[in-house]
Design a protein around this ligand. Structure first.
Ligand SMILES: [Zn+2]
Length: 196
């Protein structure tokens, strides 16, 4: 009875390749992502250590830059690091809104990838082509994509400016105009905002 044994082996092989194939897809597609929601942002990240690094990378002083004392939202929930980060990020977004003079309720998703490879993979999965961007924003997904190892406050402010501009105006501005605005924001983030 050679034939059934071969058949059995073949079936075994198919069975295990399917199982491993499915398992192999799990981390890439449905890997567990954590979420931290602030007043203006929803951070999603794969590892708690990525959130800690994200916090270290964003050098922005909420006290010097915030007008949060005028906002009526309650204190953010979560651990000490999460609260401090939420406060810092919300102050950063308010500063971007102040520079642009574009204040409107908004909540932008920030997808935080652990490294360059994961970020570039994400780009490929979305666009089906290779492009090695450091960060980008997609209006249709209301999402900013960043690599936590290559990040700074100005970069996050720049991408947030794109989101704020696109959501504030009834008609999204041309890409060149949007880019001029976003660059103005990131280069003036730590200066006192001009009031017109
Ligand atoms: Zn840009």
């Amino acid at each position: 009875m050679i034939f059934p044994r071969i058949l059995r082996r073949a079936l075994c092989l198919i069975f295990f390749s399917v199982i491993f194939g499915v398992l192999g897809l799990v981390p890439a597609q449905a890997g567990q992502w954590y979420t931290l929601k602030t007043k203006y942002l929803t951070l999603t990240y794969e590892n708690p250590s990525d959130l800690k690094l994200f916090n270290d990378q964003i050098d922005f002083s909420p006290d010097a830059n915030s007008f949060s004392s005028f906002s009526n939202s309650g204190p953010p929930t979560g651990t000490g690091v999460e609260q401090a980060l939420a406060r810092k990020l919300d102050a950063l977004i308010e500063k971007v809104q102040l520079i642009l003079d574009m204040r409107k309720p908004i909540n932008i998703i920030v997808r935080i990838y652990p490294d360059k490879t994961a970020l570039h993979e994400a780009y490929f999965n979305i666009y089906q082509q290779k492009k090695e961007l450091r960060a980008w924003y997609i209006f249709e997904y209301n999402t900013i994509y960043v690599n936590v190892q290559d990040l700074f406050a100005g970069m996050l402010a720049h991408e947030s400016a794109h989101a704020i501009v696109d959501h504030f105006l009834a008609v999204r501005p041309p890409r060149a105009t949007a880019e001029i605005l976003a660059r103005y924001v990131d280069s003036h983030l730590n200066e006192e905002a001009k009031i017109y």
